[in-house]
Design a protein around this ligand. Sequence first.
Ligand code: IVH
Length: 282
Amino acid sequence: DQLKRELAEWEGRYPALSTAPSDGLGVDDRTGLRPVYRHRERMLSLAKSYSELELRSFDERIRRQLGRQNLIYVVEPKYYGLALSVTYENGRLVRAVTRGDGEVGDDVTANVLATTTLPKMLRGAAPTGSAPGIPAVLEVRGEIYLGLAEFARINQARRKAGEPPFSHPRNLAAGTLQQLDASTAVARKLTMVFYGYGDCQPAALRPVAQQNWLQQLRAWGLPTVENPRVVQGADALWAAVQAVGRERENYLFPTDGAVVKLDEGLLQKQMGVTHQAPRWAL
Ligand code: IVH
């Protein structure tokens, strides 16, 4: 991330020398060997920040644009795995797709079903056809990752067998997800956590705010982010980010930061998106 940022700075200074703008989404989850699927709604990335000052100017920018003070944010741990979009139709899991380039990703449904304990039906769904409160089409967005205990277990077995250990749980999660043979993938347990959504039909079932969305996901029986913090104003926002920083050594999952999201959906819409990232999240 730091190198990418440095590159972007150089590109800004010498645009004529820049051949490949560094703000594009990297595609590291495609093999070219799997069927692809076009997301109904684009999968976005996140803008990054590395300091209290940058966090405060993020809040300031939003306050200025919206003309509002003391905004409400949700602060979540940032899971370090692979972004995944899981589609439920009338509450039934039909597809799991990697982010790919944000528009089109790989269909990895078989491996996701083989390696996770993801619910195949949303709680409250009817086995056949529609049910009240259950979207006809729902894209749930989240992260698939290798838990740290599972990572340790796999590496212990490798050491015993005289094989070199894997270096990072994210790479191993990516490899497992892309195993063309689902029976090989099944030996490793991946975990899924959800934090967002893409398309949701009918639109009336779309959540009005991030905190409602997390509650709704839980009500449907889906795993959601651990210990999300709802805070108001820049001071509380910074305190919550620091709290995640302290907490993270106790997490059972790989993490690479905290994600800050403006809570209210209408305000998110007003802020809009730049490049490939929302202006309402960091
Ligand atoms: S929200 C529209 N929340 O981070 C906002 N992303 O670098 C989309 N990630 O592509 C992302 N934990 O794969 C969000 N609690 C969280 C997350 C999270 C991990 C990943 C996600 C995203 C990437 C951006």
